[in-house]
Ligand binder design. Structure first.
Ligand code: 5GP
Length: 128
């Protein structure tokens, strides 16, 4: 079944308050929190509150209100964490791994926001 959502995934548990998280920002339709294993000085995950598996699932199925709120949440988090790109000397990388080829581990849409250092090559050769 396409986009079958597993409500036992770890981010669904975070959204239900069953697992703690280090919240950066909560909005009506989104939650931003620090990644438990940061890969950069700033590593935040932004997730929608709705049951969306992947980025394309969200783009195809979410309401306009959810999409706007999610994107605005990302913008606000960048400003809050000082990685916004408007000053010219900062910036960040936004990544959303989707499905098998995207090597997605948690099946609830999340956008990684990585910053605070230079990121290097965008895509590495596969290690697995
Ligand atoms: P993916 O590989 O699916 O794109 O990324 C999943 C991310 O979720 C990883 O960066 C991993 O460190 C993070 N993660 C997994 N479990 C937890 C958790 O319980 N709490 C938080 N804050 N992050 C988690």
């Amino acid at each position: 079944m396409p986009y079958a959502y597993d409500d036992q995934n770890i981010f669904a548990k975070i959204l239900r308050g069953e697992i703690p998280n280090n919240t950066v920002l909560e909005t009506e339709h989104a939650l931003a929190f620090h990644d438990i294993q940061p890969q950069a000085p700033v590593h935040v995950l932004v997730i929608p509150k709705g049951p969306y598996v992947t980025y394309d699932h969200f783009c195809n199925a979410a309401s306009d209100a959810e999409i706007v709120d999610f994107m605005r949440c990302i913008g606000k988090v960048c400003t809050m964490l000082g990685i916004e790109s408007d000053t010219g000397d900062k910036g960040f990388r936004a990544i959303s791994n989707a499905g098998e080829d995207g090597v997605q581990e948690v099946p609830h849409l999340h956008v990684h926001l990585l910053g605070g250092r230079r990121m290097g090559r965008m895509v590495q050769p596969p290690r697995d």
